[in-house]
Ligand binder design. Structure first.
Ligand code: ADP
Ligand code: MG
Length: 307
């Protein structure tokens, strides 16, 4: 291959540039990527064209080497690429593999909103879910994902995962949400007792209206740990009741997890409010919505929290 760098540097030598700059430009033109691009496009590029492009070649060369040395560049995450455009060389910046991978992960994370739940759930996956003893829940989860993805517009009954502390209910919900996120489906996973506290703390203000609207409308809603707190009539009827009513009407997939079975949830959580008053009819109405929206699946197994 002809040494284009030499040819160019001879040309450049006739310019009144300072010696340092001339030397740098010469090195830049000798860069293998630059050489190979010029060779490929030699027919379109006169020496005059190349001279006009000297600063671009220098820019490309400088940034390329900064990246190689692991130094910070002006556009972190982007790699320079030299192109021939209209008889001149231009530098374009393309996202690096690493940046693209990071962007992909950020997009996945944005599709699973976690409200008062640990970030570690982002790593939960159906593939890593240890099935032993929890076959029914694992296969119900896989069935849901498969059926939902086949026809997301149709109503799909979510799961009501019940079982004792530490059997992996929250993990399984997150694994489902993460799997759906990979297919562009948006979910929201809410630690229900914290959500109730948050709402109570700003009762009477309109501060939470946007949040409640999002919770009502999100394509996949997962209410985690329902039954773990003392329920007020207001949360039950005006928040939970309203959200579930909306989701039934709009046929939106809704999941629950609880230490209680559905029967226990009705009797021990929904019926008696935090003032000790029994309101069986109101409780019954909420329970009907939960039963409509979700199918109960019992999870058994050891407590994995202290492993
Ligand atoms: P629950 O919600 O039923 O109380 P969690 O989902 O919080 O239980 O699970 C308890 C612990 O066990 C968590 O640290 C979780 O990451 C881990 N875990 C649960 N299920 C699995 C699983 N199938 N594979 C790996 N780790 C799991
Ligand atoms: Mg849990």
């Amino acid at each position: 291959m002809k040494n284009i760098g030499k040819e160019i540097s001879d040309e450049l030598a006739s310019h009144h540039w300072n010696e340092n700059y001339r030397q740098l430009i010469k090195e830049a033109f000798n860069d293998p990527d630059v050489q190979s691009l010029i060779t490929t496009h030699r027919d379109e590029l006169t020496n005059e064209d190349l001279k006009r492009s000297a600063s671009k070649v220098y820019e490309f060369f400088t940034i390329k080497n900064q990246l190689k040395r692991g130094e910070a560049t002006l556009a972190p995450g982007y790699e320079p690429k030299l192109n021939v455009v209209n008889h001149t060389l231009e530098v374009v910046y393309i996202p690096s593999q690493q940046l693209m991978a990071e962007q992909k992960i950020a997009q996945l994370h944005a599709r699973v909103k976690l409200l008062n739940l640990p970030k570690s759930l982002r790593q939960a996956s159906l593939a890593d879910f240890e099935v032993a003893g929890r076959e029914a829940a694992a296969s119900a989860a896989a069935d849901f994902v498969q059926q939902y993805l086949t026809d997301p517009k149709k109503f799909h009954q979510g799961l009501y995962l019940s079982g004792s502390f530490g059997v992996g209910k929250t993990y399984l919900l997150a694994a489902i949400a993460n799997k759906l996120a990979a297919e562009n489906i948006i979910s929201m996973l809410i630690h229900f007792p914290s959500f109730a506290v948050k709402l109570k703390n700003s009762i009477g203000t309109s501060q939470n209206t946007p949040l409640i609207e999002t919770v009502k409308k999100v394509p996949i809603l997962m209410l985690d740990d329902i039954g773990a707190d003392q329920l007020s009539s207001w949360i039950r009827d005006d928040i939970l009741g309203v959200i579930l009513q909306y989701r039934m009407q709009e046929q939106l997939a809704t999941f629950f997890s609880s230490n209680f079975s559905q029967q226990q949830l009705l009797q021990e959580y929904l019926t008696v409010n935090n003032r000790g008053e029994a309101e069986p009819l109101k409780a019954q109405r909420i329970m009907e919505r939960i039963r409509y929206l979700s199918r109960e699946t019992i999870m058994i197994g050891k407590n994995r929290r202290n492993q």
